[in-house]
Write a protein that binds this ligand. Structure first.
Ligand code: FAD
Ligand code: 2HG
Ligand code: ZN
Length: 482
């Protein structure tokens, strides 16, 4: 239910924002253009699963504008949703009812880059791929990469504490983000845009914004430490006959490739088959395998790295850890191999919808869950090849290097019966292994009811106290998370 404490948007409010932001393109006013098509993309999420009814979208161009917007909203009890690239997968970036959308796309400037320290300072609305391309020219790399890089914003990445494809190598944003500039709900600008690697002067408050999912303030700028770009990158894709062998391959990769290993991704055969069906593209290996892995190495010496990777591949082939494999020969092949992994989320949506679970689990138990869920849905007669079955298949893939499983259930239609079989079963299963019900996507609205499976009452109470301290009127991204 909409909370009646929030004010409803009026013409007077809209006029205030029009005056504040000026230009036409900075504001989409659904009050004057009812059911305006322009506002729709801001109201529905990437999966087309969650849809709100905002009548106003604001696109501030500066931190000062964000501050004035939030102060006005706080004084007038107008609820807001911060929005970046709107690629989040838990419904956190769209309104639930009529919250005002504050989209950061116009705050897209690089503020500074220090080529010696590698510290980048940039506006929150910079698209991740744009930041990475800027850094490429300076021979550096953004320490985060993910399939949505062409649309997601670095502020959104920080707000979700996105993990992505190379966390194994570069670590989490909790370590890489050195400073944050954010605006609190009452309009206060929190300038904690430190460029220091070390700064033990009291509580590290910026950490609350990393993964805060827009519930305590709007991130307007970040400073982040970016590593030197590796001159030699290699990618290999291989097929394996069991999950046991995947684990062996991972151990060998860590042991033999050690400092040059930059990604170790897992894809089950079923996910690859669906990618093939959705795209009609030829898969890298001729034969089908129950499991596939993608390994990336990044180092500074091409010959040394190639030799290491070659030795590793020979070893895992000779010891029958892997059944078959291919090594990318050029940049086009690197992209092709990566697309088999990065393309999975988009391809799985091909049949209609997807139930998504983003889980941290002990690595040895990770794939058992996929098998258990598949058995459960199959026994209930839900899985099949034709329209009479809601479920297309049950697949698992993810960031093996971080023990992060993406359990996905692509469906032809969302179905209450399927949902009842999935939940709370999946969450109870994860809890029984001391896992996390949200490894990297956050809670948003989709996972909000299930936080108790991963966090104790005491932890939830402390989070609520923090929320109340920063946002006493509760205007920031309500109905989500906390
Ligand atoms: P949005 O979706 O717009 O917002 C996400 C949340 O952050 C919302 O709660 C919103 O209110 C809040 N928010 C956004 N901007 C701000 C801001 N400036 N200040 C405060 N709050 C803000 N995630 C991973 O972790 N790893 C992956 O590998 C990965 N791969 C993906 C692949 C695809 C194809 C897609 C579609 C998504 C993927 N994601 C992945 C999901 C991931 O969370 C997002 O892609 C990304 O981090 C969100 O950034 P965004 O700018 O789109 O934020
Ligand atoms: C990925 O790793 C993303 O590809 C998306 O985190 C996972 O869609 C998903 O479930
Ligand atoms: Zn992921």
């Amino acid at each position: 239910r909409r909370n009646s404490k929030y004010a409803k948007l009026s013409q007077e409010h809209v006029e205030y924002f029009q005056k504040l932001l000026g230009s036409e393109s900075a504001i989409i006013d659904g009050l004057s253009k009812k059911a305006s098509e322009d506002i729709e993309p801001f109201n529905s999420d990437w999966m087309r699963k969650y849809r709100g009814h905002a009548q106003l979208v604001l696109k501030p161009k500066s931190t000062e504008e964000v501050s004035k917007i939030l102060k006005y909203c706080n004084d007038n009890l107008l609820a807001v949703v911060p929005q970046g690239g709107n690629t989040g997968l838990v419904g956190g970036s769209v309104p639930v009812f009529d919250e005002i959308v504050i989209n950061l796309q116009k705050m897209n400037g690089i503020r500074s880059f220090d080529e010696v320290s590698g510290v980048l300072v940039a506006d929150a609305g910079v698209i991740l791929e744009v930041a990475d391309s800027f850094l490429a020219e300076k021979n550096h790399i953004f320490p985060l990469d993910l399939g949505a890089k062409g649309s997601c914003q670095i502020g959104g990445n920080v707000a979700t504490n996105a993990g992505g494809l190379r966390l194994l190598r570069y670590g989490s944003l909790h370590g890489n983000v050195l400073g944050i500039e954010a605006v609190l709900p009452d309009g206060t600008i929190m300038d904690d845009l430190s460029k220091l690697r070390k700064n033990n002067t009291g509580y590290d408050l910026k950490q609350l914004f990393i993964g805060g999912e827009g519930t305590i303030g709007i991130i307007t700028g970040i400073s982040i430490i970016c590593p030197q770009r590796s001159s030699a990158t290699n990618v290999a894709y291989f097929g394996l006959e069991s999950y046991e062998k995947v684990q062996q391959a991972f151990r060998e990769a860590k042991g033999q490739l050690s400092e040059i290993l930059s990604a170790f991704e897992l894809m089950d055969g079923r996910s690859q088959k669906l990618v093939n069906q959705a795209t009609n593209k030829k898969m890298p290996l001729e034969e089908e395998h129950p499991f596939y892995c993608l390994i990336e190495t990044s180092g500074s010496n091409t010959d040394h790295d190639s030799e290491k990777l070659q030795t590793f591949l020979e070893h895992v082939m000779e010891t029958s850890i892997i059944s078959d494999g291919v090594l990318a020969q050029d940049q086009t092949q690197v992209q092709e191999l990566w697309s088999c992994r990065e393309g999975i989320p988009e391809c799985l949506g091909h049949w209609g919808g997807v139930y998504k679970y983003d889980l941290s689990l002990p690595i040895s138990a990770m794939y058992d869950l996929v098998d258990d869920v598949r058995d459960r849905l199959t026994k209930a007669g839900m899985v099949g090849n034709d329209e009479s079955h809601p479920v297309v298949d049950v697949v698992g893939y993810g960031h093996m290097g971080d023990s992060n499983l993406h359990l996905n259930v692509p469906v032809r239609r969302y179905d209450r019966g399927v949902e009842k079989l999935l939940e709370p079963f999946v969450y109870e299963w994860v809890q029984s292994k001391d896992g996390s019900i949200s490894a990297e996507h956050g809670l948003g609205i989709a996972k909000k009811p299930f936080i108790g499976y991963s966090r104790s009452d005491t932890m939830i109470k402390l989070m609520k106290q923090i929320k109340d301290l920063y946002d006493p009127n509760g205007i920031m991204n309500p109905y989500k998370y906390i």
